[in-house]
Design a protein. Structure first.
Length: 79
């Protein structure tokens, strides 16, 4: 499956979570880009984050964020 714009927004949002501190959540403000707001809502609907506007990672969300951040690091490091 190719990375469509929606998936890319979700992956970008997952890379913003601080995996070293589970107490650090994120907040997607209502006046953020519409694509970012929609990505947060989709991640919540999929059970990856606790709130429609961000919040914290769920257990499965943490795994997704770990993979997303690892992939980003791998690609950037080999750039």
């Amino acid at each position: 499956m190719p990375f469509n714009p929606e998936l890319t927004e979700e992956l970008n949002l997952l890379t913003q979570f601080n995996l070293k501190n589970e107490q650090d959540g994120i907040k997607v403000h209502h006046d953020a880009r519409a694509e970012l707001v929609a990505a947060a809502e989709r991640l919540h609907d999929k059970g990856l984050i606790t709130q429609k506007d961000g919040g914290y990672l769920t257990d499965i969300g943490r795994k997704a964020a770990e993979h997303s951040q690892a992939l980003t690091t791998l690609i950037v490091a080999n750039h």
